[in-house]
Design a protein around this ligand. Structure first.
Ligand code: PMP
Length: 363
């Protein structure tokens, strides 16, 4: 089925598809943003136009996630990866933090946290190559842990927590690959962070939602760019922020509000994932899913075929039908079907059809 502007079905794990309506608006506003006589790419981050862009983006994000009073929203740089360093630098306060290791990304968080200070691994799913998740509310955590870090969706392994746990220490969550894909009870978290480039907008900006009491932990006379308190006091404008990325995120928030908010988005994401898992389960003697059923991600569906050659041949067959970037990460192998918010339902139907046909032909 032809897509607008001859676009492909883009299964990239990130950066990934943005809503066509958002891209069209970016195009329309590129040379002259709403009568300002200039592009957002060209305007001062201290002027009234950009101020209105940031304020509206924050208001819409707060509305989408029902962010309670008492939380700050920060737009930072350095990707989600820099948060692995900033979080312990700001929040450890000489203590120890617990990390739940459910895949490559939380492993990185744990390893980087260990470089800064006390870090304990509360659980590690390595022995089964991260195909399952623990019950976060039943793990043994360190007494008086400074925080408990977990990753809500493991982008590479395709396992996802779909509820917000009540934890015995401040919860810190990497939501890089599933933020805004479902409603979240923000009050259960002390800090949420996410690189924008999967569900929220372009690469280059990382959103941090931080409970205000956490800001008191930052040491005095701290490195300014790494200081949550200073960034919060300056409304993320301590230095020049990634203006264009923030602007596009703001348009994506408006798109999400227009389609009915995060409950509506979750229903669409469940539909897309249901189509692909349905094909996987119906062809169970041909495909081997990576994630255990209870841990399945709505964002990244991971599975293997009999051999790497057959997986390559699947990816080539899909590509010939304009379905691109389906090859799995090398640590899991096989195929990864990434379908973030902006990925269309028609793309999920198309890949499910290829899966069924391919299994019938080669099974
Ligand atoms: N955490 C998760 C869950 C991710 O998927 C990624 C990127 N794929 C990162 C962290 C790292 O993000 P960044 O590249 O923005 O530093």
């Amino acid at each position: 089925m032809p897509q607008p502007y001859d676009r492909v079905f883009n299964f990239s794990a990130g950066p990934s598809a943005l809503p066509v309506e958002v891209l069209e608006q970016v195009r329309d506003e590129m040379l002259n943003w709403r009568g300002a006589g200039m592009s957002v790419l060209e305007m001062s981050h201290r002027g009234k136009h950009f101020e209105s862009i940031v304020q509206e983006a924050e208001r819409d994000l707060r509305a989408l996630l029902s962010i309670p009073d008492g939380y700050k929203v920060l737009y930072l740089q350095g990707g989600a990866t820099l948060q692995n360093t900033m979080i312990p630098m700001n929040l450890l306060a000489g203590g120890t933090a617990d990390y739940v290791v459910t895949g490559s990304w939380s492993k990185k968080s744990f390893d980087m946290g260990s470089l800064v200070g006390g870090a304990c691994c509360a659980w590690d799913g390595k022995s089964t190559n991260y195909d399952r998740l623990p019950d976060l509310e039943r793990l043994d955590y360190s007494p008086g842990a400074a925080y408990i870090h977990f990753t809500s969706n493991e982008t590479i392994h395709g396992v996802q927590f779909l509820t917000d746990p009540k934890l015995p220490a401040p919860a810190v969550c990497d939501m890089s690959s599933d933020i805004l894909s479902r409603p979240v009870d923000v009050s259960k978290y002390a800090l949420i962070y996410a690189g924008a480039q999967k569900n929220m907008g372009p690469a280059g900006v990382t959103v941090v939602i931080i409970r205000e009491d956490m800001l008191e932990r930052t040491p005095e006379k701290f490195h300014p760019m790494l200081d949550y308190r200073l960034q919060a006091e300056n409304g993320s404008l301590f230095n020049t922020p990634p203006c264009f990325a923030i602007y596009v995120c703001g348009l994506v928030y408006k798109w999400l509000l227009k389609i009915g908010g995060l409950a509506a988005m979750q229903a669409i994401n469940e539909r897309k994932a249901g189509l692909v898992y349905g094909a996987l389960d119906d062809c169970a003697d041909f495909y081997t899913p990576h994630a255990q059923k209870e841990a399945r991600s709505l964002m990244n569906v991971t599975f293997r075929l009999r051999s790497d050659e057959l997986a390559d041949s699947f990816a080539s067959e899909a590509k010939s039908r304009n379905l691109v970037d389906l090859k799995g990460h090398r640590s899991v192998g096989g195929i990864r079907v990434s379908m973030y918010n902006a990925f269309p339902v028609e793309g999920a139907e198309a890949v499910a059809a290829v899966m069924r046909e391919f299994a019938a032909k080669h099974g």
